[in-house]
Design a protein around this ligand. Structure first.
Ligand code: ATP
Ligand code: MG
Length: 416
C-alpha cells in the first residue's frame, strides 16, 4: 500500500483526556480514533492488526474443533431473566424497543448460545460440540480509561463447549488451555496461567495474564515455572514458595487477556439443554466457556512492545512486514523504490511504501511511530550502488546496507 493514499494521519500529540499508553501510541500513529471513552474506530492500519490477532485465534479455535458462528449482539430480556443475570450483571447495557420490549446488548453469550445448542442436541451422539464467535461485546464499564484494554464496546472471541459428562469437559478444557498458550506465543506475549475465582462449580477459573506495569490486576506467580494466582483469591504472598516447584513466588501487575471457565450445568439447567444418554436417561449437558479479547490483546501488545519513538509490532501481527521509505527528491531514486515496491507486492510481501512528498525527518519519525518490523530505505546515499539500508524496528543493530535483489530474496524466504 502506498502511504500517500493511506486513510490515516500521524499526530504529534493526543487529547489530554487520553491517559493510557496504548491509546496514546495507537492514536498518534493513526491506528485508531477515539469516539468517546472506551469506544474506538479502527482505522485501516489498526483494523489489519486486529484482524491478524483475530485470525490467529480463529486458526487455533478451528484446530480444537471449534465451529465458527455469529450470534446477534441485540438480545431479548427474557433470556437474561431466565438465568437471573438481567439484574446480576451490573455492566449490562439495556435498551427499550417498540411496544415496551426490552433488550440487552450482549456482554457475553451463554444466554443465547445455550438455547441455540438445545435445538441441535437430543442424544449423547450429538455431543460433544463446540461453537465460537468473534464479535463485539458491550459492557457499561464504570472506568474506561485504559484505551483498548477496557472498552465499552470491544472485540471478544467466545467459545462454548458442550459435553455428555465432566470427564469429557475436563479433557477438552485442557486442550483449549494449550491452544490459548499457543495463541499468545504466536503473538510474542508471555502469558501466565493464573488460577482465579469465578469457577461456578469448580474451584478456579483460569486467567491468562501478561505482566506489565500498566496492568489492572495483581497476580502472584512463580519466577521459575510460571504457576500463578490472581491476588484477589490468593492464599499466597510475595516470597512464598511455589506449591508446584518450590521456587520463589513474586507479585506483579498484569493484564488479563483471556479467561476460561467450567460452567458445568449452570446454564444447561435453566434452558433445559438435556440429552438422552446411552441408557435412555435424561441428563443435562455439561458446559465450558472460553473468552479471549482481541482488542485488549492489541492494547496489551502495545503496552509491552514499544520504545520512546513508538510501537514495535511483533512480526505475526504487524500491519505490514516491510516499511519501504523513499528519501529525497530525485525521480530516478523514486523509480527504483517504486519498482522494488511493485516486485515485493506482486510476490505477496506486505509492504507499506512511503511515497509521500515529505521530509526525510518526517518520514523516519512516522516510520518509528508506526512500528513496522523492518525498514528499507532507498536514498541518494544508497541509490547509485543499487543498495538500500535495512533496519529492524527496535533492534539494537545498526542499519545494514543490502543489495536490493538480496532484500527481495530474503523477504521471499521469510515468507515460507
Ligand atoms: P475484567 O476483569 O478485566 O473486567 P472480565 O473478567 O470481566 O474482565 P471476561 O468476562 O472473562 O472479562 O471476558 C473474557 C475476555 O474478554 C477477557 O479476558 C479480556 O481479554 C476481554 N475483555 C473483557 N472485558 C473487556 C473490556 N472491557 N475491554 C476489552 N476487553 C475485555
Ligand atoms: Mg475474566
Amino acid at each position: 500500500m502506498k502511504q500517500s493514499q493511506l486513510f490515516a494521519k500521524t499526530s504529534k500529540s493526543v487529547s489530554k483526556d487520553e491517559v493510557s499508553l496504548n491509546a496514546k501510541l495507537l492514536i498518534k500513529a493513526g491506528f485508531v480514533d477515539k469516539l468517546m471513552a472506551g469506544v474506538y474506530t479502527y482505522l485501516p492500519l489498526g483494523l489489519i492488526v486486529l484482524r491478524k490477532i483475530q485470525n490467529i485465534i480463529r486458526e487455533e479455535m478451528n484446530a480444537v474443533d471449534g465451529q465458527e458462528i455469529l450470534m446477534p449482539a441485540l438480545t431479548p430480556k427474557e433470556n437474561w431473566i431466565k438465568t437471573g443475570r438481567w439484574d446480576a450483571i451490573d455492566v449490562l447495557f439495556k435498551l427499550e424497543g417498540a411496544g415496551d420490549k426490552e433488550y440487552a446488548l450482549g456482554s457475553t453469550h451463554e444466554e443465547i448460545v445455550t438455547p441455540l445448542v438445545k435445538k441441535m442436541v437430543n442424544s449423547y451422539k450429538d455431543l460433544p460440540v463446540a461453537v465460537y464467535q468473534i464479535q463485539d461485546k458491550f459492557r457499561n464499564e464504570p472506568r474506561a480509561k485504559s484505551g483498548l484494554l477496557r472498552g465499552r464496546e470491544f472485540s471478544m472471541k467466545d467459545l462454548y463447549s458442550f459435553h455428555a459428562d465432566e470427564a469429557d469437559l475436563d479433557s477438552y478444557y485442557e486442550k483449549v488451555k494449550a491452544a490459548y498458550l499457543k495463541i499468545f506465543q504466536r503473538m510474542d506475549l508471555n502469558a501466565i496461567v493464573a488460577e482465579a475465582s469465578g469457577g461456578t462449580f469448580s474451584k478456579y477459573s483460569h486467567e491468562f495474564q501478561v505482566l506489565t506495569e500498566n496492568g489492572e490486576d495483581l497476580i502472584f506467580y512463580c519466577e521459575k515455572c510460571f504457576y500463578g494466582q490472581n491476588k484477589e483469591i490468593s492464599e499466597y504472598k510475595a516470597g512464598d514458595k511455589c506449591p508446584r516447584c518450590g521456587a520463589k513466588m513474586l507479585e506483579g501487575k498484569a493484564i488479563e487477556v483471556g479467561n476460561i471457565f467450567k460452567l458445568k450445568t449452570k446454564f444447561s439447567e435453566p434452558f433445559d439443554l438435556s440429552f438422552l444418554d446411552k441408557n435412555g436417561k435424561k441428563k443435562f449437558a455439561v458446559m465450558g466457556c472460553y473468552g479471549i479479547g482481541p482488542s485488549r490483546i492489541m492494547g496489551a501488545i502495545v503496552e509491552i512492545h514499544y520504545d520512546e519513538a513508538g510501537i514495535i509490532w511483533p512480526t505475526a501481527i504487524a500491519p505490514f512486514s516491510v516499511h519501504l521509505l523513499f528519501l529525497g527528491k530525485d525521480d530516478k531514486i523514486k523509480k527504483q523504490c517504486e519498482s522494488l515496491y511493485n516486485v515485493l507486492s506482486e510476490n505477496g510481501i506486505e509492504v507499506l511504501y512511503d511515497d509521500r512528498d515529505a521530509s526525510p525527518g518526517e518520514k523516519l519519525k512516522d516510520s518509528d511511530l508506526l512500528g513496522i518490523p523492518e525498514r528499507v530505505i532507498i536514498s541518494e546515499r544508497t541509490f547509485s550502488d543499487g543498495m538500500a539500508e535495512v533496519k529492524k524496528r527496535g533492534g539494537k543493530e545498526k542499519a545494514k546496507l543490502m543489495k536490493i535483489d538480496e532484500i527481495l530474496k530474503k523477504n521471499l524466504e521469510n515468507r515460507k
